[in-house]
Structure formats: structure tokens, C-alpha cells
Design a binder for this molecule. Structure first.
Ligand code: F0G
Length: 418
């Protein structure tokens, strides 16, 4: 079973108080000397570990790099990213029936998704280890972020996408930012298998969330939520609800909380309950939570309109499942109809998100109706990508344009008649 206990005891391989630890066998490695994504000995997932864990006073500035004291490097290839809004949605809050509901809209990052937080760090580490070609498998957003940050860093980028299953906005971004785009005859999980093989063969530097440095950047979502919520609401939220695909964010948020507890910045009772939501057609994490499994079982067939989370083999499950369990959270699945309904609900409050993002709100509504979430809870829902990422889904969920003649009278007649 994964050992996620933190220690600040510095091994000899540490570089400036930073090292990598295997969460399965506890082997430690120097952070930047060689390229590795998993443990040399047992192939377990790696985590970045620190000799010094920061307190709130150690943070200053804005965005991801405000939190450099909690990160393995102190600056990165930046566009800049982070510092996203924590929206109030009073009508939705009342309708769902919780004491407080805030929406952390990660779609407001430079390329329109939370992936930018991981890329600012991951691309910087890639530069430090001296690679020139970056690669990822992607359901779309990772490829857009990699293309933009790789481009900014002056590096070659290669992205593998599941053919016909990536939203138009995301392909357009990857394309214009200059990535070489390979459309694979297979789903995201197949793309990730291939890109992992390419990385092992030294063909490219892997920037999927298997890369432990990317998750360090995504940890700042948790730091921002806690600071913003505390400053505006006077306490930390009871629960954070998020969409789950490869379970990178779930793993990153749990690491954020573990480090804050370890440093003494928050009490363990203050850790929000991590609540992961998947689409019903791609829900291996929900299956693992419901059956109390130690790991997920790969789903070969996956399908959902929320293409960003159309994933059957969440590689970060060994880090994320304990996060959901240890924080007292849960996991739930929602239908595509529930996702579309939540996308409309958010849009009616002015918050434009892509389908996968709306899964968090759809899941909260479902769990509230089932009584799993209490009416007196304070909740933050994470929305991970911008509405314009998937214009087709937005248009289908929205209202259809009405053709009218090109005269004022014609417009008035139409308004009166309909
Ligand atoms: N929401 C959006 C909009 C995403 O793009 C993703 C993942 C997730 C949620 C799931 O996050 O993997 O941390 O659980 N997108 C990846 C990609 C897989 O390739 O863009 P996770």
C-alpha cells in the first residue's frame, strides 16, 4: 500500500532540501540529476519531498509563484498563471442547498485550464534537466498548455491525442502554439501508454501528471483555495468537490493538505473533504472507492460528452484514493445529462465552463440530494476548464440563434410573434 507519510529528514541525495521519494517502496532519488518518472526499483509513483515545509507567512506575490516556498524551484516559464477567481454563485448555492458555495474557476488560467499551473513548473524542470523535446498524451487541455509553455520556453512539443475525441478549442490551441499533433487511433489511455514508452526510450520528456513536478504546480490550487476562502469567509471550506480524470488534481490537493498539516499551517481537522466526481461512462475511481479497492481497475471502454475526463486508467489513483479516504471525502458519478444541466446552471450565474468542469457541480447536487453532503456545509467546487474550450458542447447546451430579417420592424415583429 502507498506510504504517503511525509518526513523532513533529508536523504543524502537531496538537492537544496528537495528530493524524490517512491510512494510504494520509499526509495529516494536526487530530484534533477537524471530523468525518471517512476521508481527505478519498483516502478511506483514518485513524490517531491522537502526538508522545509512553509507556513502561510512564507508566501508572497500572486499566482502560482506566490507559493515558491512550497515548490522545488523558485521560478518558472510563466505566462503568468494562477490567481484565479473564487466566484460567488448565490442562486446555485440556495438551489443546491448548502451553507456556502464558491466556484474556483481554473478556466481563467492563460490557456483556459488548470494545466498551466503544472506546466509552468514542469517545463522549467525540463529546461533544468536539459531536454529539448516535450511530450504528452492528452484529452486536450494538457496539450494546449504544453504547446503554449513549451513554445514560450523555446522547446519542441509533441502531443498524442485520441482521434475524434478532443474538443475543437483545445486542438486549435495546440496547433497554433506550434505543437506537433499526432491523432492516435485509440483512447487517452492508449495515448498515455505510447507516450510513456517514448519517454522511457529517451525520445521525449514526459509532461503528463505522472511527472511528479507537474503535480507540485497543481498543488497551488489548494493553497489558493484555502487562502482565498479563509480571507473571505473566515474559515477553511468543509469540502472541495472536483472532476476526476487521471486523478492528478486529487493527488495534488491531498499533497497540499498533508504538507500544510505537517508544517503546522493548518490542523488535521481543518482539511477539506476531497470529493471526486467522474462521468458515469468513465468512472474507475468511483468503482474503486465504492468497492474499497486499493487501486483502480482499468476500464477499456469509456464514453462521455465530458471528453476531458474520458479516461479509464487513472494513473494517479495510488496517490488520490488515500486522499479521498483520509480526508473523509467520497467519489460519485454523474450522467452526461446531469453534467449539461450543471453547465447551464453555472452559465446562468455568468460562469462559463466546459462539460468536465461542470461535473463537480453536478456531483455536489447529487450528493446533496442523497444526503451525503449536509446543508450546513461550506463547499468549493473546482471548475477546471473554460467554456470556449468546447464550443460545440456549449452551443448544444445553450439556446439556438433565431434568424430574423435585416430591419428593425422585422426584429420587432419576430420578438412579438415568438
Ligand atoms: N477537467 C478538465 C477540464 C481536464 O482537462 C482534466 C484532465 C480533468 C478535469 C481531470 O483532471 O486528470 O487531474 O483528474 N485532462 C487531461 C488532459 C487528462 O489531457 O487535458 P485530473
Amino acid at each position: 500500500m502507498a506510504n504517503l507519510e511525509l518526513t523532513t529528514e533529508e536523504p543524502a541525495c537531496a538537492d537544496n532540501g528537495v528530493w524524490l521519494t517512491c510512494i510504494e517502496c520509499s526509495e529516494t532519488f536526487a530530484p534533477f540529476d537524471d530523468i525518471r518518472y517512476t521508481c527505478d526499483d519498483c516502478d511506483g509513483l514518485l513524490e517531491v519531498r522537502y526538508a522545509d515545509l512553509p507556513m502561510w507567512d512564507d508566501f508572497n506575490g500572486r499566482g502560482v509563484w506566490r507559493y515558491s516556498a512550497a515548490l522545488p524551484v523558485d521560478s518558472g516559464v510563466s505566462l503568468p498563471e494562477g490567481d484565479t477567481p473564487l466566484h460567488n454563485v448565490p442562486r446555485l448555492e440556495e438551489d443546491i442547498g448548502v451553507s456556502r458555495l464558491r466556484i474556483k474557476h481554473e478556466g481563467m488560467n492563460p490557456t483556459g485550464s488548470f494545466k498551466d499551473r503544472g506546466m509552468t513548473l514542469g517545463v522549467e524542470v525540463a529546461k533544468r534537466v536539459g531536454v529539448d523535446r516535450l511530450a504528452c498524451a492528452s484529452t486536450g487541455n494538457t496539450s494546449a498548455a504544453l504547446a503554449a509553455y513549451g513554445g514560450r520556453g523555446g522547446m519542441e512539443t509533441l502531443v498524442l491525442l485520441p482521434q475524434g475525441k478532443v474538443a475543437a478549442g483545445k486542438i486549435a490551441q495546440a496547433s497554433l502554439h506550434g505543437a506537433r499533433i499526432l491523432e492516435v487511433d485509440g483512447n487517452f489511455d492508449t495515448c498515455l501508454d505510447i507516450v510513456q514508452d517514448l519517454a522511457q526510450r529517451g525520445e521525449a520528456y514526459l509532461l503528463n501528471s505522472l511527472n511528479p513536478f507537474r503535480l507540485e504546480g497543481q498543488k497551488t490550487i489548494g493553497l489558493e483555495i484555502l487562502e482565498q476562502f479563509r480571507d473571505e469567509e473566515g474559515e477553511y471550506p468543509d469540502r472541495i468537490v472536483l472532476p476526476v480524470g487521471n486523478a492528478g488534481n486529487t493527488a495534488a490537493l491531498y499533497k497540499c493538505f498533508r504538507e500544510l498539516v505537517e508544517s503546522g499551517a493548518i490542523e488535521s481537522e481543518e482539511v477539506p473533504k476531497l470529493t471526486g466526481i467522474q462521468a458515469a461512462g468513465a468512472a474507475p475511481m468511483v468503482e474503486a472507492i465504492e468497492n474499497d479497492w486499493e487501486d483502480t481497475e482499468r476500464w477499456e471502454e469509456v464514453e462521455t460528452r465530458a471528453t476531458a475526463i474520458r479516461i479509464g486508467n487513472p494513473v494517479n489513483a495510488p496517490k488520490a484514493l488515500p486522499g479521498i479516504r483520509e480526508t473523509g471525502g467520497t467519489a460519485a458519478m454523474v450522467t452526461d445529462e446531469q453534467i449539461t444541466e450543471a453547465q447551464r446552471d453555472l452559465a446562468s450565474e455568468g460562469v462559463g465552463v466546459e462539460p468536465a468542469s461542470a461535473a463537480s457541480v453536478a456531483g455536489l447536487r447529487k450528493l446533496r440530494e442523497e444526503g451525503v453532503v449536509d446543508s450546513d456545509e461550506t463547499v468549493v467546487c473546482l471548475t477546471t476548464g473554460h467554456l470556449l474550450k468546447d464550443p460545440e458542447a456549449a452551443a448544444e447546451a445553450g439556446v439556438a440563434p433565431e434568424p430574423v430579417s435585416g430591419t428593425t420592424e422585422g426584429v420587432l415583429d419576430h420578438l412579438e410573434a415568438n
